[in-house]
Design a protein around this ligand. Structure first.
Ligand code: PHE
Length: 347
């Protein structure tokens, strides 16, 4: 037998439970079951009312009022919920959208350019601002444009099956954007100042640093009196624009068949400012591109007068630049199309 206080608590508890059950019920039949459970002949509220007679006379009016109030409230909430459910059923029947305001919101994502595309466009924009025009060449190339015309000896290891995807003996997927140099030279007389973005392919082992396809941006300038100093100037301006003015450049002597002299260009590590970290392998420097003065043999192949003209060329990997710019440690991420990755580039 409950005392007065316990009876009041029990009313409060019953009320909370009934309201919660009603609120969570999504079927009309379920609501009927709840009604029986609380208000039926043997229902919880009905028995509470029946028990009233056991309480002291002076307490009965207050407790009676509470119990009757509870009964009314539960009836009312049951009715409201039933109406709501009927309305939902009707809406669904009509095939209309039903808006459930209680569901958590969903963000409306807007499609954006792929990070590689964004960086590619930024590179082009910077060189466009320095007077370069855009040219393009085909992804499927001949051995001549990809190699021979660029002064690769017949037995050069880069022609090896390991690095190049051959379609047949003569046709291949370009391994770099340098063939665009030759295609432009064949059609245009100097001066030419060109930037040539495009996709390249290499039959290399796939790992966090290299992938079977990637993008390059080739740049070249041919005129009378073009010097290595011009090359340094234009690349320095580019790096400062791309990574900021406190980044240093280093030109290391290197070799490419189509440039002489050739250089590989490093920038001071943008992650550790040159102090040494895992990304720059504790050297303080990051290689970002290959460059050099165009070899006279290339000019001979396209009929330019190599006594009269000089020119520089450079080629950079777009993914590499994007990885440095955004601190991405695995090139494969660019090609997996995982939205969790791509959505971070809503610039
Ligand atoms: N084509 C070279 C490469 O893919 C890069 C390069 C371009 C070097 C132009 C010098 C001049 O590695």
């Amino acid at each position: 037998m409950l005392n007065t206080n316990e009876f009041q608590n029990s009313i409060q508890k019953t009320k909370e439970e009934a309201f919660r059950e009603i609120d969570q019920e999504n079927r009309l039949e379920g609501l009927e079951q709840i009604r029986v459970k609380y208000l039926g002949r043997k229902g919880i509220i009905t028995s509470l009312l029946k028990n009233l007679k056991d309480f002291p006379e002076e307490d009965r009016p207050a407790l009676g009022q509470l119990s009757n109030q509870l009964k009314k409230q539960v009836e009312e909430v049951l009715l409201q919920r039933a109406e709501k459910l009927k309305e939902i059923q009707l809406t669904l029947k009509k095939g209309r959208w039903f808006l459930d305001y209680t569901l958590p919101g969903r963000k409306g994502w807007v499609g954006k350019l792929h990070p590689v595309t964004q960086v590619n466009e930024r590179i082009i924009q910077i060189f466009y601002g320095m007077g370069f025009e855009v040219a393009k060449g085909p992804d499927i190339e001949t051995d001549y444009y990809n190699f021979s015309s660029l002064n690769f000896p017949q037995d050069h290891p880069a022609r090896d099956m390991q690095d190049t995807f051959y379609i047949n003996d003569d046709i291949l997927l370009r391994t770099h954007t340098s063939p665009v140099q030759v295609r432009v030279f064949e059609k245009t007389e100097p001066p030419v100042r060109i930037i040539a973005p495009g996709r390249c392919y290499r039959n290399e082992a796939i790992n966090s640093r290299s992938y079977c396809t990637f993008h390059q941006v080739e740049g070249f300038y041919v005129d009378t009196d073009v010097t290595f100093a011009d090359l340094k100037g234009v690349l320095t301006a580019f790096v400062w624009e791309m990574f900021g003015k406190d980044v240093k450049l280093r030109f290391r002597a290197s070799f490419f068949p189509f440039t002489e002299p050739s250089a590989e260009v490093d920038i001071s590590c943008i992650l550790c400012s040159g102090k040494g970290c895992s990304v720059c392998k504790h050297t303080g420097w990051l290689e970002i591109l290959g460059a050099g003065m165009i070899d006279p043999a290339v000019f001979d192949a396209v009929g330019y007068d190599s006594e009269k003209f000089t020119g520089y060329a450079f080629g950079m990997g777009v993914e590499r630049i994007a990885m440095l710019k955004y601190g991405i440690n695995d090139i494969r991420l660019f090609y997996e199309n995982d939205l969790r990755f791509l959505r971070q580039f809503q610039l």
